[in-house]
Design a binder for this molecule. Sequence first.
Ligand SMILES: CSC[C@H]1O[C@H](OP(=O)(O)O)[C@H](O)[C@@H]1O
Length: 389
Amino acid sequence: MADQYEVSKAGAAALGIPSLRWEELPEGPVVVLLDQTRLPAEEAELVCTDVPALVQAIRRLAVRGAPLLGIAGAYGVALAAARGFDVDEAAESLAHARPTAVNLGYGVRRAAAAYRAAAGRGAGAGAAAAALVEARALHAEDIEAGARMAEQGLALLGELLPGGGHRILTHCNSGALVSGGEGTAFAVVRAAHRAGELRRLWVDETRPLLQGARLTAYEAARAGMAYSVLADGAAGSLFAAGEVDAVLIGADRIAADGSVANKIGSYPLAVLARYHHVPFVVVAPTTTVDLETERGADIEVEQRPGSEVTELSLPPGQGSGAGPGAAIAVAPLGAQAYNPAFDVTPPELVTAIVTEAGVVSPVTRNGLARMCSTSRWSKSRSGNGMMAE
Ligand SMILES: CSC[C@H]1O[C@H](OP(=O)(O)O)[C@H](O)[C@@H]1O
């Protein structure tokens, strides 16, 4: 297994610095995160020396995005084990830090299962090492999955949109900032760009936390793409003008029936895409497919604080130059707000789901289950008491 820095180099190559890494310091191991709340103005790193710090970072989206949450959760268990914290308690708090992305619980359970199996064999300190090996394996698998999704997705774009020159609309952020490698949907965009087939990337700003305007634009700029940021509400007029050839988005949880939970605002894009006969493609690793959740209606959608809608939070040091994270009210004081972090798109509105194991189109329960069973990692998933295949 490549050492941790090697493993995260793919992400670093995409970003300039890795979105997450494990580091052994003289005073003990740490999980180092690229603090995404401070992007694009600052590439600031957050050093987590304990699990509460990592849980807090997950809750405030300093680290975010389904695949990376799974990796962070696994390293969090390894951190607890290495520093002598209660691993069961750590696993519980990490797995429940955010409810929708299935990857978080999956990563935590994988590392915790490795730790418990080693401890059960009387491995002593070796149990902590076993948790770290599992976290690193998950990290490496995610990098490889991203590369495979990029290949599969680029080939699919070639079938759906013969002739290249794609104008792709994406929502939220699904690049290296959500992965150990180059991401999910954005990894496909990056592959199209490298192949000279990306004519324009339309970047939904993605209110209220602006993952598109702040993070996808940051990644697109670093990659030298021709991109434009737009207000979420402007997407409809782009479709009406015939300016969108395909929508590519990530996912936080895909139910067994093919329903897709993703950032709020994804479902309206699926409706627009269907009305305008534009392919709506979801790109996610099989670790995002949750065969134990039957239907979209069964997916728990995270409800976030209303202040994220009624206030505009500026990263520390931006705006008035005030101290940490100034917030500007954009609604009357006391305004109520509705702020679900995700919505759910029914399978019939999804043209295809691209994973590292292949493409499902049309999206059916059987097709999804079959694809997950062919994923090279499905054994390790079931081997660790993971989601049923
Ligand atoms: C491909 S995972 C990225 C996924 O995660 C984002 O949610 P959040 O920023 O709240 O972690 C969004 O749903 C993206 O599609």
